[in-house]
Design a protein. Structure first.
Length: 460
């Protein structure tokens, strides 16, 4: 998080530099002034129609006038017009000062870079002729303006959000573009048409109101559908947790532990995303397990145990019906497989168990150990560490267990309040005990790293 202000400062500095650079094309003010007034007012209005992006930032319908501004106004007027629109909207919404600085600077950089590149190719006012060469030049201007705007703006957002979320730059760039890229380019296309119609006859630009409204609604529906789908599935998983007072917030803690483990193991951002999501819904299939089994305070019979074991297959089957959750279905299906092959449902062993499932298995087991259950009270942190060591290589992947223990003793895991060591003496005892556990789980010197299958990297 400390690098966020630094990155914002870098973007701000670049904005100042590009703003004072001389324009690559000059246009008489009598030509562009009416367009500047209309586009600035239009940008201010459309800045208030935004769609949040999956991993931070927002997408605005103001893309339409922004692209038209690049094509119709000279630098630095184009950058100043868009910056003013963004500033007005942010001040009305009372956005934090740092965010205002970043957003205004990012748009200054985006518009300035695009304006310079467009100017190197030609002038839209002149290129809007009727010769084949004019048509080719105008098409080139449209493509450069739209793509530059999209790529530079997306890159700047990912540059800062990556510092805030500790996610890789390319991952953020891709995941934010995955569901909104076509709509964003569609809005840019409308902006290109706006500029062409304005040059021919400004009054004709009103016909673009309908496609602009369609694009706005489609973007909002996409994000709304994603959000509601995630919330619905997570709500079902929460209902399972709430059936037993002892498992309240269990899935949230498992997701938190699994996320920390995945990051510690330095797996791909795609897998980190899937692991966190799967952790939140790993017990979803318990909706099919009767209370008499789920809440039984005594050992389960063979039939009851078989009923309990169905929750992994039921949960995976449910998740496969949802595109947003389908990548994590195999994690949910196999998070009760044992490293030695004695688990369920398929008896997978070793690295034959999906990596995400091995991660969630350790996170799930640790939270189960340190929480009250109908058949026993919660274990102490020291007892849980000992159990992890005893099960390393048999029930759980020893590399993942070692990293879990390391996260705990270095106090880099967000533990519940009752598990946190409150005294220096206890913290020291825990470190001594954990060092023994770490040496025990490192018994296989030939296997000290996690190998992530390429197929899992591309799963999302």
């Amino acid at each position: 998080m400390r690098s966020v202000p630094l990155r914002v400062a870098i973007v701000g500095l670049v904005a100042v530099v590009v703003l004072i650079t001389p324009p690559t094309v000059r246009i008489d003010s009598s030509v562009w002034l009416p367009a500047a007034i209309v586009l600035t007012l239009l940008s201010i209005g459309l800045e208030f129609i935004t769609v949040s992006l999956p991993k931070g930032g927002a997408l605005s319908l103001a893309t339409i006038p922004h692209v038209a501004t690049i094509l119709l106004l000279p630098h630095p007027v184009a950058a100043a017009s868009v910056a003013l629109a963004v500033l007005v909207e942010e001040m009305i919404h009372r956005v934090a000062v740092m965010k205002i600085i970043f957003n205004v600077s990012a748009y200054v950089v985006t518009i300035s870079v695009a304006s310079h590149l467009v100017g190197l190719i030609g002038n839209a006012w002149i290129a809007a002729g009727h010769t084949p060469r004019d048509v080719f030049t105008l098409a080139a201007l449209f493509v450069v303006a739209g793509l530059t705007y999209y790529l530079v703006n997306g890159a700047l957002v990912a540059f800062v959000v990556s510092a805030a979320t500790q996610r890789r730059f390319l991952f953020l760039l891709r995941i934010n573009a995955r569901n909104t890229g076509l709509s964003e380019l569609g809005a840019a296309t409308v902006g290109m048409l706006f500029s062409a119609l304005w040059i021919i006859e400004p009054a004709w630009t009103v016909v673009l109101a309908f496609p602009a409204a369609v694009i706005a609604r489609s973007l909002q529906y996409i994000r709304q559908l994603e959000s509601e789908t995630r919330d619905a599935v997570k709500s079902i998983a929460e209902i399972v947790d709430h059936r037993d007072p002892n498992t309240y917030h269990h899935s949230e803690r498992v997701a938190s532990y699994a996320l920390a483990l995945a990051e510690e193991l330095d797996v791909s951002d795609d897998l980190i995303e899937i692991v966190e999501q799967a952790g939140l819904v790993h017990d979803l299939g318990k909706v099919a397990v009767p209370d008499r089994v789920l809440l039984k305070p005594t050992p389960l019979t063979d039939d009851e145990r078989a009923a309990m074991w169905t929750h992994t297959t039921v949960g995976a089957a449910i998740l496969r019906k949802f595109r947003l959750f389908a990548p994590g279905a195999d994690i949910v299906l196999h998070h009760h497989e044992n490293f030695d092959g004695t688990g369920y449902p398929d008896g997978l062993a070793g690295e034959g168990i999906p990596l995400g499932a091995r991660i969630v298995a350790v996170a799930d087991a640790f939270d189960a150990m340190t929480s009250n259950r109908p058949y026993r009270r919660a274990l102490t942190l020291e007892e849980a560490l000992s159990r992890l060591r005893d099960g390393s290589g048999a029930q759980w992947d020893p590399v993942i267990v070692g990293n879990m223990i390391r996260l705990i003793i270095e106090e880099r895991l967000d533990l519940p309040e009752h598990l946190r060591p409150r005294t220096t003496a206890r913290r020291r005892r825990l470190q001594i005990a954990a060092s023994v556990e770490l040496s025990a789980v490192a018994a296989d010197p030939g296997r000290t790293a996690i190998h992530e299958p390429a197929a899992q990297e591309a799963a999302l």
